[in-house]
Design a protein around this ligand. Structure first.
Ligand code: MSP
Length: 511
């Protein structure tokens, strides 16, 4: 097993405040980063902001600010997501930092030197909001094929990247790395796009000034996507031969929304190949959220503010809902009603309840001291088998970035735990002194199922998982320092430990 893991979010445009889409990508990456740490890997987790380009320049002008002033204001909203959503990123990059200028210009120079970047003239249809040029055949009725907004005809001298030369190398890379683009359906889309032929790509602009200058070419700034994609290596210290770059590159996962997959799976590996840098190992495209059945938009006034969700429901419930509700990779629909329903029925009634009823009975019947388990009966074997299979099931799911399946496996364990308590009826056993050993075994198993669940929930609901963990492993290391292979094994709950009588981690959300 590779002992490092490098995961990135897209860098977010600073022309707007964060919404659920940004929160989603970042939360998914955080769950993966935390998971891989608990496998014992060294993890680098990068996020940041995309601060150049026409979109930011225009938004700033509309507010009477310079682009840098706008960026400086808005960036704090994105940096604030880290504490608000309990994100464990190890780096934050702003594309306006000097280290990034050096990195982008270095990469660009390498492709100039290899002859892959040349001077020409660009004419095409430009979508300003998406910062993308389209050919006449790509646009539909004068509108951008991805966002549907009107495009404008533009002509300007431009440096071009010889993308056409990379058609075969890219297809070859996709063939040799079948997991490079996930999910599978998205991979097929990209392969078909590249098989359709690639045009050289305009990678500089003279029509705008808010960007990184093309080396030795006054008047040209580097195309914002070339600039933005390079953040992934700048964040590790490129082009200096830093330890981070040597250790963590190539990236394991660039997590992106489905709308920006082409930039990551086609352009980015080609830029890197041309400069002699290894392409990333994986790009995962997730789906989009609608809000109560509708496209999220400012004009509809239905933009979901992650800060507000955290204030209302707490970061854990919000994280849980986003990761649990949809098959990761597909689109989903956000509704607060569903969030509350899931948080109440799964986090409070299943996960929280299993621990609380078990702790309550432990306090009542054993003065809070964990008994040693005795002989196993058939009902015990069903639960312990589920407990033993849980960490491997979560591992398999996280391996295929099926985050929803990981959560389903954990919820399955706590569901079985509650059924176990229901069927073994410890309160009835407690009436007979002769059944004390059996009562001890039942409570041990119920608590052990909670312990395994608490451990496995740590990547998804970190704050709550830590509280559950503290109740079950008093005085132990924080759960984020636990190891899945060691601590995920069944039977590690310490007999003889004194546990609290209650632990209310998920109070019911009142509506
Ligand atoms: N700056 C570029 C990315 C450059 S990466 C080198 C960008 N920024 S963005 O702020 O517009 O979008 C960031 C991410 O948010 C994208 O991955 C996009 O898919 C995601 N989402 C935007 N709206 C979304 C939803 N409604 N639902 C889920 N994700 C969405 O693109």
């Amino acid at each position: 097993m590779k002992d490092t893991f490098y995961i990135t979010t897209p860098i977010y445009y600073v022309n707007d405040v964060p919404h659920i889409g940004h929160a989603y990508t970042t939360i998914a990456c955080d769950a993966l980063a935390r998971w891989h740490r608990m496998l014992g890997k060294r993890v680098f987790f990068l996020t940041g902001t995309d601060e150049h380009g026409e979109k930011v320049q225009k938004s700033a002008a509309a507010k009477g600010l310079s682009p840098r002033e706008l960026a400086d204001q808005v960036v704090t909203n994105f940096q604030g997501l880290t504490p608000a959503l309990t994100i464990s990123n190890t780096g934050f990059i702003r594309t306006t930092e000097p280290r990034h200028y050096a990195s982008v210009q270095d990469l660009f120079r390498k492709s100039l030197a290899s002859g892959d970047i040349y001077l020409g003239e660009y004419e095409g249809w430009y979508c300003v909001p998406d910062e993308a040029y389209w050919t006449a055949t790509q646009i539909t009725d004068g509108n951008c094929p991805t966002c549907g907004r009107p495009v404008e005809k533009r002509k300007e001298p431009s440096w071009f990247f010889r993308l056409s030369k990379y058609q075969e190398p890219l297809l070859d890379y996709y063939r040799k790395h079948p997991a490079f683009i996930r999910p599978e359906s998205r991979r097929n889309e990209v392969v078909a796009f590249v098989e359709g032929g690639l045009n050289d790509l305009s990678v500089s602009r003279t029509s705008l000034s808010w960007g990184i200058p093309v080396p030795e070419a006054p008047g040209h700034v580097i195309y914002v996507w070339y600039d933005a994609l390079t953040n992934y290596i700048t964040g590790l210290g490129y082009p200096s031969p830093t330890a981070e770059f040597g250790t963590f590159w190539p990236a394991d996962i660039h997590m992106v929304g489905k709308d920006i997959l082409r930039f990551h799976a086609v352009y980015w590996p080609a830029f890197l190949m041309s400069a002699g840098v290894a392409p990333p190992l994986g790009v995962f495209a997730h789906g989009w959220w609608t809000v109560e059945g509708q496209k999220m938009s400012k004009s509809l006034g239905n933009v979901v503010d992650p800060y507000e969700m955290v204030r209302k429901y707490g970061a854990d419930a919000f994280r849980y809902f986003l990761l649990r509700e949809v098959s990761f990779g597909l689109d989903g629909d956000f509704s607060e009603k569903e969030l509350v329903r899931r948080a109440n029925s799964e986090l409070a009634d299943k996960l929280g309840n299993l621990l609380n009823r078990s702790l309550g009975m432990l306090g009542k019947y054993f003065a809070g001291v964990v008994p040693a388990p005795g002989r196993s009966e058939p009902a015990d074997a069903v639960l312990s088998a589920c407990g033993r299979e849980c960490a491997p099931a979560v591992a398999a799911a996280m391996d295929e970035v099926a985050i929803h399946k990981a959560l389903a496996a954990i919820i399955d364990l706590v569901t079985k735990g509650n059924e176990y308590v229901q069927s073994t009826q410890p309160w009835a056993l407690a009436k007979y002194p002769g059944k004390r050993a059996r009562l001890g075994t039942v409570l041990y198993n119920a608590l052990e199922a909670s312990r395994v669940a608490a451990l496995l929930m740590a990547p998804f609901t970190p704050t709550a998982a830590q509280k559950l963990w503290e109740a079950l492993v008093p005085g132990g290391e924080p759960v984020e320092n636990a190891r899945i292979d060691r601590d995920g094994a069944w039977g590690r709950l310490a007999a003889g430990a004194t546990l609290p009588a209650a632990c209310i981690v998920f109070p019911k959300i009142e509506t």
